[in-house]
Design a protein around this ligand. Structure first.
Ligand SMILES: C[S@@+](CC[C@H](N)C(=O)[O-])C[C@H]1O[C@@H](n2cnc3c(N)ncnc32)[C@H](O)[C@@H]1O
Length: 376
């Protein structure tokens, strides 16, 4: 097993290939990314033996923007016999001596997230049952995960007679089948966009952090708020929201009494005087660099301590654009002597855009200049 299978939204394979190649090189691992346009995954072949396993542990999954999942896989198993697909799959695992599969917790029989591949999902669901039974007979899949220990077994079916066999580390993967969190659209939310912010919060904050930092004691500004899907998520967590947009906010949201509608330009809006703003969120459709400059202004002026925002990526050179924006943010915050943490992810509910989370870790003068963690 000397390859990585990385899942992504169909159409973003090139971005993911560029990203994994760059991140692997940063830890001294070289390889080749195989890309099939619109396939929903990338295969990264390492040149040296055992390096895929090293990559799966050394690259922080959280640092990858375009990857939904990170799996160490074997060569593609092809021409599987319809009456016995299980034996060659088990044999692949048995050939791998690096990992103790007794420490496996779950089995996910998956496909890529494309309409074509999803036609295999009924087959995958059915196939999971006998395969799981067989793997349990080997003494696998009985392990109980403690704080991210152990591995998850993945089978990625490309067609009903070919698949990649692999595993991911539970402390360095997406904890969701196919790398996709299943979120239910709340019926009373003003827009479907609400799921983007919900997924972002789930991705970037632990449950404990969310409770500590998003509650009735905290206030937020929502730039480009209408009709109110993002504000809805903040209000649901008890926060008070200044919703900035010339448009109309859903009346149901205004009725909560937790929203102040500010019909102003989001690029000119400043936090109300003598009001401490904890969070800034922003979903305005604008050029990524313009949004980045605005976010940088809020952080360096100390107008908020934490933010979640989108960068829309309708252009061709999406990866380069993202890197430029990250660099700018990094430079501006460093120049201002701020300790900070940046995370970026192409979320399942994001289309032609990515979502970023930035947190200022310290505003104290003596702590300035410390960069705690720069993800992505
Ligand atoms: C994608 S929608 C936001 C959807 C919202 N997050 C939700 O969940 O309902 C973008 C919004 O940004 C607003 N917008 C665009 N440019 C703006 C600006 N300069 N100032 C304020 N709002 C702006 C638009 O009016 C639009 O309502």
């Amino acid at each position: 097993m000397n390859k990585l299978a990385l899942y992504c939204r169909a159409g973003f394979e090139k971005e993911l290939a560029a990203e994994i190649t760059e991140k692997a090189a940063e830890v001294g691992i070289y390889g080749f990314a195989r890309v099939v346009d619109n396939s929903g995954y990338v295969i990264f072949e390492c040149y040296q033996e055992n390096e895929a396993d090293r990559l799966a542990q050394e690259i922080q999954f959280k640092q990858l923007i375009f990857a939904r999942q990170l799996v160490v896989v074997s060569d593609l198993l092809q021409d599987l016999a319809t009456d016995d697909r299980i034996s060659p799959i088990v044999a692949q695992y048995q050939q791998n001596s690096r990992v103790d599969f007794k420490q496996s917790t779950e089995l996910w029989v998956e496909t890529a997230d494309t309409n074509e591949a999803k036609s295999l999902s009924t087959f995958c669901r059915k196939f999971t049952v006998p395969l799981r039974q067989q793997l349990r007979k080997c003494g696998w899949l009985n392990y109980r995960e403690i704080y991210g220990s152990g591995v998850t077994l993945h089978i990625l079916f490309i067609s009903n007679d070919s698949c990649y066999v692999g595993y991911s580390y539970n402390n360095n993967h997406a904890p969701h089948f196919m790398g996709i969190p299943r979120l239910k659209f709340p019926n009373d939310a003003p827009s479907r966009s609400t799921l983007k912010l919900e997924e972002a919060i789930l991705t970037f904050l632990s449950e404990k952090e969310e409770k500590q930092r998003m509650n009735s004691e905290t206030k937020a500004v929502d730039l480009g708020a209408c009709p109110g899907g993002w504000s809805y998520q903040l209000v649901k967590r008890g926060m008070f929201v200044y919703a900035v947009d010339h448009g109309k906010i859903a009346p149901s949201l205004m009725e909560t009494g937790r929203v102040d509608h500010c019909p102003e330009d989001g690029f000119k809006f400043q936090p109300p005087k003598r009001t401490k703003i904890d969070w800034l969120v922003c979903d305005m459709v604008e050029q990524p660099m313009r949004i980045t400059s605005l976010m940088s202004k809020w952080l360096t002026n100390g107008w908020c301590g934490e933010m979640i925002f989108n960068l829309k990526l309708p252009m061709k050179k999406r990866y380069q654009e993202v890197r430029l924006c990250q660099q700018k943010l990094h430079e501006d915050l460093s120049k201002a002597g701020l300790g900070f943490e940046i995370q970026a992810k192409h979320l399942y509910h994001d289309r032609e855009e990515i979502t970023l989370h930035v947190r200022i870790k310290s505003l104290n003068k003596q702590d300035r200049g410390t960069t705690w963690q720069i993800c992505a």
